[in-house]
Write a protein that binds this ligand. Structure first.
Ligand SMILES: [Ca+2]
Length: 199
């Protein structure tokens, strides 16, 4: 009896393992990997005009990556002592009906400060509603940090919006913002990679 149970357990473990491996590739779609260019990402025009936005330029870099060999490098110059942000965006129509999450990875070099934060922002629907994440993620010097937002109906990951079925069907822009809330000063690069949706 014991033996039969053990075999059953091993078989079910094997089965789960194989199913898991298959799912992992089928369940994630990489939207932007920056392997062959910026793929339409840019600094929005308005951000150049706002004194509290301090991103300077973006480019493809092969210095750090969380996927493949390249990432998007955003150079920022946070003076510290006041709120400042650096922002990049892509304008494109997306229907993510089949997906439950959006994610991206952000890397702050080892000589960067503690305390910088990051969040994603979506522009949603025919009113072009600007929808920020309800939480921000703290960047860690020398580490990749993954930002994840739940897209499913009832999600509480987005500010001032009731996430229903239509939310993920009509996404018009993705923005990624890194910011210094009063304290940390930092002038240098920040790397972004592997913008993806997951089932
Ligand atoms: Ca990449």
């Amino acid at each position: 009896m014991k033996k039969v149970l053990m075999v059953a357990a091993i078989v079910s473990l094997l089965f789960t393992g194989v199913a898991g491996a298959v799912e992992e590739t089928a369940e994630t779609t990489v939207l932007f990997d920056f392997e062959n260019g910026l793929q339409g990402w840019d600094i929005p025009d308005w951000a150049y005009e706002k004194p509290d936005h301090v991103q300077e330029r973006i480019a493809v870099s092969d210095k750090f990556s969380s996927e493949g060999t390249n990432s998007l490098q955003m150079d920022v110059s946070f003076p510290g002592g006041k709120w400042t942000g650096g922002i990049i965006e892509i304008m494109q129509f997306f229907d993510w009906s089949d997906y439950g999450k959006i994610a991206c990875d952000i890397y702050l070099p080892l000589d960067g400060p503690e305390g910088l934060k990051a969040a994603m922002i979506l522009t949603v629907g025919d009113k072009w509603k600007w929808v920020e994440m309800s939480r921000s993620y703290e960047l860690k010097p020398g580490e990749w940090v993954t930002l994840v937002g739940d897209l499913k109906p009832g999600s509480i990951d987005w500010r001032r919006v009731q996430v229903d079925d239509s939310f993920r069907q009509d996404i018009r822009k993705i923005d990624i913002r890194v910011f210094s809330n009063n304290k940390p000063a930092y002038t240098g690069p920040i790397y972004i990679d592997n913008v993806r949706i997951e089932k």
